[in-house]
Design a protein around this ligand. Sequence first.
Ligand code: UD1
Length: 371
Amino acid sequence: MQIDIIAGTRPNLVKVAPLISAINRNSREDLLHYRFVYTGQHYDKKLSTCFFHDLNIPEPDINLDVGSGSHAVQTAQIMIGYEAALSKSKPDLSIVVGDVNSTLACALAARKCNVEVAHIEAGIRSGDLSMPEETNRIATDSISNWFYTTGEIANRNLIKSGTNSNQIVTVGNIMIDSLIGKIDEFVQPDCWAPLGLTDRSFFLLTLHRPENVDSPKTLHRLLSAIDKNVDGKPVLFPVHPRTRPILNALDLNLNNIQLFEPFRYLEFMHLVSQSCAVITDSGGLSEETTFLKTPCITLRSSTERPETVDLGTNILVGNDTSELAIHLKHAANGNWKQSKVPPLWDGNTAQRIVEHLTEHCTISTKLDRSA
Ligand code: UD1
C-alpha cells in the first residue's frame, strides 16, 4: 500500500513523527510504503526545521513550500500544490493529521483525485465555529474514509454526524507517542541557568489564537493580568511569529513576563514538564500538560479536548482576567486539582494505526487476488 503522510505546521510534525517511525519499524513486512509531503504552511526555522531535527523526521519527499496567506489563499495554494503531486503519482491513501489549513486542503485535493483519506485526530469538536480549526475539523471529517480517534468522545461526535462506526478506529493520542518517545531527551534551554530557574519556580506562556493576539487591546489586557498575578515568579513567553508584530507595537511595562523566540521541541517540553503551570490558548499543549501532570490554564472558553478538563489538569478561563488571577494564585501556591491520564495515551497510538493499515492492506491485497 502506498501512503502519503501530510504535515504542514509545527503541531502536525509532532503528530506525524511517531507514525513515520512506526512505519519504518514495520517496514520488513514490506506492505506499507510512504511518501512524506510537507506543505510549508510553517516555514520559520524555529517552527519547522528545529522540529524535524528534534523529532528525527526525515526530509520531506515533496515540499509544497506554500508559506503564509489568507485562509483562502493558503488553502487554495496547498490544494494546487498537492493536486500536482497527486497527478504525477497517486497513493492508495492520504493520511492527514489535526485541524490546520494543510489538513483540510490536502484532504480535499486527495478526495477530488479519488484517493482515500484517513484522518488522525478525527472527531474532536469545540462547537465554536468562529475558530478556523473547527471548520477544518468538520469539513475534513465529512470527506474522510477512515477516522483514527483519540477516544470515546470523538467517536460519539462522529457517530452523531452520521459516520459509519466501521470506519472509526480508536487509536489514542499520537502526540503523546512523541512525548513518551522523547521524554528522556528533554533538555534545559540556555536560559535555564542564567535565569536561575528551578523546578516549579516559573510559569510558561504561549498565545497564538487570533481572538487573543490579533487585537492589541486584548493582548495587552491578558499580558498585564498575567504579569500582575504570578506572585513574582518569572513567566517564560516564547512568542509565535503571528503574535510578534502585535506585541512589538504594544507599550508594555512587564515585570515578570520575559519574551523568547520559540523553543525547540526538546527544550520546550522540558519547560512544560517543570513549570508550575502553563498558560496557553493551544489545544495540543493542554494534552501534553495533562500527560505530564502540569497545571494548565487555557485562555479559551471552549475546548475540543474536554477530557483534558474532565480528567486532566486543564482549566478553561476564557478571557476572564479575574478567573485567570484566581487560578494563577492557586498554581503559584502549588494548589491544583487531582488528575488522571486518559485511556490509550500510552505511546502506542502510531503502532495501532500501522496495525490497522497493515490489516486493511492485507484485506485489499486478498480482494485484488480473488478478483
Ligand atoms: C496555525 C494553525 C493553528 C495551529 C497553529 C500552530 C490554521 C488555520 N491555524 O496557526 O490551528 O494551532 O498553526 O502553531 O491552520 N508565520 C510566520 N512564520 C511561519 C508561520 C507563520 O511568520 O513559519 C506568521 C505569518 O505572519 C502568518 C501567521 O504567522 O500569516 C499565521 O500563520 P498560519 O500558518 O496562517 O497560522 P498560525 O497562527 O500559525
